[in-house]
Design a binder for this molecule. Structure first.
Ligand SMILES: [Zn+2]
Length: 320
């Protein structure tokens, strides 16, 4: 177990050097916001994350934030894009407590298999196989790679039953060169999704509608094999106050997390800490129960020889 977790830990930290386990993120971010007057009573939390169930487990990021702040307004559609849009934000902002604050998390996600392969995730109950994560983003990438049609943004109305995925395809099409030149296409795909989501968020969030402060936390959520705790890579942490310049607190967040851009993997004591914490959390807090099993310890045979796109045989039609 420790060897598998240690390998995943090393790969995640080499790829996302300032990422931290989600419980550390929740603790440090909550403390920072508390110090700035955000409390559970005066703050409404919203999350723009992919509806994929692996992002909404009891001990995962959005659920822990929801328990810390009391409730959650879900803004996210496929891949974590805030498809609820300006109307959703308008409703959300109207629900803020009197003189209260908003806290918004936005994050695309990427799975990592027990063998350290990004874009794959070993789901509970699917022994010996890995599915994709984020399935929506990877399906869009695969669609374009295979020469599928790219919908004209102005004509998304032609896809009334799949407009979210068509929108993602239309947005990713212009970023394929960057993605396909990267050493790790799945990692770059996720970074490009982050850029798309961040741009969308800044178009719909208006701090002028909020009586108090608006905090925006953005980053990449890394889904690790169970029972290892998931990681989050913070990329933006900003606080807006009506009529005042924004306050950038990302540097302070990274400092408080002990992040310093050092990609050197942390030794086995960190892995042990993760394992002990995860196991104790499973016993104490998880009402759903988490089966402790390691799946997909080797890639599926049909994936081994594929170098250009390892997901060409993946069944992703019904995944997020
Ligand atoms: Zn997803």
């Amino acid at each position: 177990l420790l060897l598998v977790f240690g390998h995943v830990d090393i790969v995640v930290r080499e790829t996302f050097p300032d990422s931290r386990v989600v419980s550390d993120i929740v603790e440090v971010v909550t403390n920072e916001l508390n110090s700035r007057g955000f409390t559970a009573d005066n703050t409404l939390f919203s999350a723009s994350v992919c509806p994929d169930e692996i992002n909404h487990a009891y001990n995962n990021l959005s659920q822990m934030f929801t328990r810390a702040w009391g409730e959650c307004f879900q803004m996210g559609g496929l891949a974590g894009v805030p498809f609820s849009g300006q109307t959703g934000f308008g409703a959300f902002s109207a629900h803020v407590p009197t003189d209260g604050n908003l806290f918004i998390l936005y994050a695309p996600h990427i799975g990592i298999s027990p063998t350290g392969e990004f874009g794959l995730y070993a789901r509970a109950g699917q022994d010996n196989t890995c599915g994709t994560a984020c399935g929506s983003a990877i399906a869009a990438h695969k669609h374009i790679t295979n020469g599928g049609s790219v919908p004209d943004f102005a004509h998304l109305g032609e896809y009334p039953h799949d407009y979210q995925q068509q929108w993602i395809i239309s947005k990713l099409a212009g970023r394929m060169d960057v993605i396909n030149k990267a050493d790790n296409k799945m990692v770059e795909l996720t970074k490009q999704m982050y850029s798309i989501i961040e741009d969308f968020i800044h178009h719909i969030v208006s701090s002028d509608q909020i009586p108090g402060s608006t905090a925006l936390l953005g980053g990449i959520h890394i889904n690790t094999p169970s029972p290892l705790e998931d990681f989050f890579w913070p990329l933006s942490f900003e606080i807006y106050n009506r009529g005042a310049p924004k306050v950038d607190v990302l540097h302070k967040l990274r400092r408080d997390l002990g992040a310093n851009g050092n990609s050197t993997p942390i030794a086995s004591d960190m892995v042990t800490k993760l394992l002990v914490r995860t196991l104790s959390t499973m016993q104490d807090d998880d009402p759903d129960g988490v089966t402790m099993s390691l799946k997909c310890t080797s890639p599926r045979p049909d994936r081994v020889e594929e170098e250009e796109c390892p997901f060409t045989d993946e069944k992703i039609d019904d995944e997020n």
